[in-house]
Structure formats: structure tokens, C-alpha cells
Design a protein around this ligand. Sequence first.
Ligand code: FES
Length: 133
Amino acid sequence: MVDFARFAMFSPVDRRGSADFQSAMAIMTRLTFVSSAGERYDLDVANGTTAMENAVRHSVPGIEAECGGACACATCHVYVDPEWTAAVGEPEAMEEDMLDFAWEAKPTSRLSCQIKMRPELDGLVLHVPARQA
Ligand code: FES
């Protein structure tokens, strides 16, 4: 496991050569949220975290996540960019049911708390709706 606290103590030059830096880069994935106004939020996120957790951590506007990721509120609704729908996959039955409560759901709708980041999703783009339910 990477010790991020120790990792942050090194200067940028020192970090590049360290084993911790190499290890950290191997578990990081790029994730972009695009607001309804077109603003981009480019994030480097840890694999195993959810897209919603990263949106909240980085204060991405429009992701409310009222239930904290329990798949019980639909206020973390996003539209998966069309180029990424196959890689992200289909929602499970419980998420599908909850999407009925999302504001202006579309075929590309997902709940961002149910999208777990992994290396295959490196570069994933998620669009934030103009409002949540
Ligand atoms: S945070 Fe509530 S459904 Fe995703």
C-alpha cells in the first residue's frame, strides 16, 4: 500500500524517481467531469474509488450525493460520454431502478457512486446534468 502522506513530503523532482511515486502512478486513473455549462474538471483519481467520491472530494459542482454512495438518492447522476458507455458498462438492477428518480435520465445515464474507477477507464469523461432530482 502506498503511504500518500510520506509521498507528499518529497519535492516533485524527488517524487518522480521514488518507488512510491511509480507505485502511485500505477494506481491513478484520469477522470474528467464536464459541467452542463461546459467547464471541465480533470482529475487524477485512485483506482477502487468511485467517480462520485472523487467529484465530492474535488468539489465538482452538480454532484450532490446526498446518500453518500448508498445508491439511494440519484443525486450523483451523470451522463457517460458516448465514447465510454461500453467500457463503463450497464447499471445493475438496483441502480437502474434508482435512475427512474434521476432528472432527465437518458440511455447514457449512470449514478456516479456506482462507477468504480479502474485502469480500463483511464480518460473517462462524465457529463454532469444541469440539475439533480
Ligand atoms: S450518492 Fe446517492 S445514489 Fe449515488
